[in-house]
Design a protein around this ligand. Structure first.
Ligand code: BG6
Length: 501
C-alpha cells in the first residue's frame, strides 16, 4: 500500500522529453520538494533526455526559472544550488540508438565510480508519438536489462493511447521491454492527497461503509471544473482529444472507481486494482444513440468572462480550428451495474473555462421518511462532500435546528479542512507518485487491464457521438459559467440538481 515512510531507493531517473512543460512545471518542482522533505537521497541522479542541444548549465537554468514560478514553497536559492547538482542533460534524438547506448555507458561508469546501485527509472514524458520508439530503443540498447541486480522501471505519462486499439498496442510495446510489475502508468489524480483519502474515509471508519450502497445513497456527483481555457501550445493536442478523452477516460473514471469499489482483500497494489477494474467492467455501456442521448451532454465554451476578465470562445483559442466541434465540457449519467450500486446515478461533469477551479465528489444520501420534520417543509439531503481542490477536506451537510422557540430547520456544514487540521500544506500529486515509483509501489498507478477497460467504455460512447446520422448535439456554454443548460436538464430527469460549489 502507498506508504511514503518506506522512503525511496537510490536510482537514476532519466526523463525523456525533459525540455517540455511537465518536467519544468511538475517533475522538477516535485523532486525539489522531495529533497526538501528529506525524501530524495543526494545520490539520486536526474537526467534530462531530449533533442534540443543544451549544456547541463543551460538545462538547469531553464528548470530553475520555471521552478521559481510554480514552487509551492518559498524559493530558496541556496537549497536549489544543492539540488541542481543532481541534475544533468543528455542530448539525443529519441530514435537514435547511439544516444541510448552512450547514455547507458555514461550511467554504468557513474555507478561504478560512485558505488551506487544500478537502479533505473525511465520516465517517458515526451510527445505520445515517441512512446513506442523510446520503449523500443531502450530495449535495443539493453537499457531495460537489469545489471548487477539493479531494477529497471518505466513511468508512462498520459495520454495512454487514444482509444482501445492504440492502448492495447502501447501495452504490447511496453510489455516487449518491461514487466507489468515494473510499469507505472500515471494518472496524477491518484496522487492527490484527497483521492488517497477516499479509501481511508471508507474503510477506516464504521459510519460510512455501512451506508455506502443503493439503500442509503441517492446519487453521486463528481465535478472537475477548471477555469483555465487552452494553455499555450495545447490547442492542437486538446482539439484532437476533447474533454472526454483528456479527463473522463482517466481522472474521472479513476475517481469513480475509488468511490464505487468493494473493499480490497488487502492493501497491495494488485488487490486494490482488482477491485477498481471490476467497477469499470460493471459500468453500464453507453453504446446506442438512445442511451447516449439520454445520459450524456457534450458542449463547447463560447466567449464569456472568467474572474472578471473577458475570455475568447474555444474556437478562437490558439491552434484550435475555427470550425472545431470538439467538446470542452462533458456531463454523464452513469450506472454501475452491481448489487451495491444498481439504480444509483453517478453524475460526472468536467469542463474547461468554467466559473472556477474545483474538484469535488458529493455523495447524496436519501431523504428521511416524510414524517415529523419534513411533513411541511422539504429537508435538504445529507451530503458528504470530498473536496479535492483548491481546498482539500471533507464536509457533511446535515439538518440542524435553528436556535429559537420554533422548530425551524436549516442545513449546516460540518467541516474538516486539511490545512487547518494538519497545519501542513499537502504535497503535489507528482511528489507522491515519484516517491512511490522509486520505492516500487504501484498502487496509485493504472494497470494494463484498467486502462483497456476504461478505453472500451469510452470507445463505445465516442463511436455514437461521432456518427453524424445520430445527430448528437454539441451544446454551448458561456465561458465562466457552470456549463450548459442541457446538463441541468440531464440530471433533472431524475429530479436531481447539480450541487452548487
Ligand atoms: C490533465 C489534462 O491531465 O489534467 C489537462 O490533460 C488538465 O487538460 C489537467 O488541465 C488538470 O489537472 P489538475 O491537477 O490541475 O486538476
Amino acid at each position: 500500500m502507498p506508504n511514503s515512510s518506506k522512503g525511496n531507493q537510490i536510482c537514476t531517473l532519466v526523463i525523456f522529453g525533459a525540455t517540455g512543460d511537465l518536467t519544468h512545471r511538475k517533475l522538477i518542482p516535485a523532486l525539489y520538494h522531495l529533497k526538501l522533505e528529506g525524501l530524495l537521497s543526494s545520490k539520486v541522479q536526474i537526467i534530462g533526455f531530449a533533442r534540443q542541444s543544451k549544456t547541463d548549465a543551460e538545462f538547469r537554468t531553464g528548470l530553475k526559472a520555471a521552478h521559481k514560478e510554480v514552487s509551492r514553497t518559498l524559493y530558496d536559492e541556496e537549497f536549489w544550488q544543492v539540488f541542481d547538482k543532481q541534475i544533468s542533460y543528455h542530448q539525443s534524438n529519441f530514435d537514435d540508438l547511439e544516444g541510448y547506448k552512450s547514455l547507458e555507458a555514461k550511467l554504468q561508469a557513474y555507478e561504478k565510480e560512485n558505488n551506487t546501485p544500478s537502479n533505473r527509472l525511465y520516465y517517458i514524458a515526451s510527445s505520445p508519438s515517441f512512446f513506442g520508439p523510446i520503449l523500443d530503443f531502450l530495449k535495443q540498447s539493453g537499457a531495460n536489462n537489469s545489471v548487477d541486480g539493479g531494477w529497471r522501471r518505466v513511468i508512462i505519462e498520459k495520454p495512454f493511447g487514444t482509444d482501445y486499439d492504440s492502448a492495447c498496442k502501447l501495452n504490447q510495446a511496453v510489455a516487449g521491454s518491461f514487466e507489468e510489475a515494473d510499469t507505472y502508468r500515471i494518472d496524477h489524480y491518484l496522487g492527490k492527497e484527497t483521492a488517497q483519502n477516499i479509501m481511508v474515509l471508507r474503510f477506516a471508519n464504521t459510519i460510512y461503509e455501512s451506508l455506502w450502497n443503493n439503500r442509503y445513497i441517492d446519487q453521486i456527483q463528481i465535478t472537475v471544473a477548471e477555469d483555465l481555457g487552452m494553455e499555450a501550445g495545447r490547442g492542437a493536442y486538446y482539439d484532437q482529444a476533447g474533454a472526454l478523452k483528456d479527463m473522463v477516460q482517466n481522472h474521472l473514471l479513476q475517481l469513480l472507481t475509488l468511490v464505487a469499489m468493494e473493499s480490497p482483500v488487502d492493501l497491495s497494489a494488485d488487490a486494490v486494482r482488482d477491485e477498481k477494474v471490476k467497477v469499470l467492467r460493471s459500468l453500464q455501456r453507453l453504446d446506442t444513440p438512445e442511451k447516449v442521448k439520454k445520459n450524456t451532454v457534450r458542449a463547447q465554451y463560447a466567449q464569456g468572462s472568467v474572474k472578471g476578465e473577458a475570455v475568447p470562445a474555444y474556437v478562437d483559442e490558439d491552434r484550435v480550428p475555427k470550425d472545431s466541434k470538439t467538446e470542452t465540457y462533458v456531463s454523464l449519467r452513469l450506472f454501475v451495474d452491481n448489487w451495491r450500486w444498481k439504480g444509483v446515478p453517478f453524475y460526472l461533469r468536467v469542463g474547461k473555462r468554467m466559473a472556477k477551479k474545483s474538484a469535488q465528489i458529493s455523495i447524496f444520501f436519501k431523504q428521511v421518511p416524510s414524517v415529523l420534520f419534513n411533513e411541511n417543509q422539504k429537508l435538504a439531503e445529507n451530503v458528504l462532500m470530498i473536496k479535492m481542490q483548491p481546498d482539500e477536506g471533507v464536509a457533511m451537510k446535515l439538518m440542524s435546528k435553528v436556535p429559537g422557540s420554533s422548530f425551524e430547520l436549516k442545513p449546516v456544514d460540518m467541516n474538516f479542512d486539511y490545512e487547518t487540521t494538519f497545519a501542513k500544506q499537502s504535497a503535489e500529486a507528482y511528489e507522491r507518485l515519484l516517491l512511490d515509483t522509486m520505492s516500487g509501489d504501484a498502487t496509485l498507478f493504472i494497470r494494463k487491464d484498467e486502462v483497456e477497460e476504461a478505453w472500451k467504455f469510452i470507445d463505445d460512447l465516442t463511436a455514437v457521438w461521432k456518427e453524424e446520422s445520430n445527430d448528437i448535439d454539441l451544446a454551448v456554454y458561456e465561458a465562466g459559467s457552470w456549463g450548459p443548460a442541457e446538463a441541468d436538464a440531464l440530471i433533472s430527469k431524475m429530479r436531481h440538481q447539480w450541487l452548487e460549489i
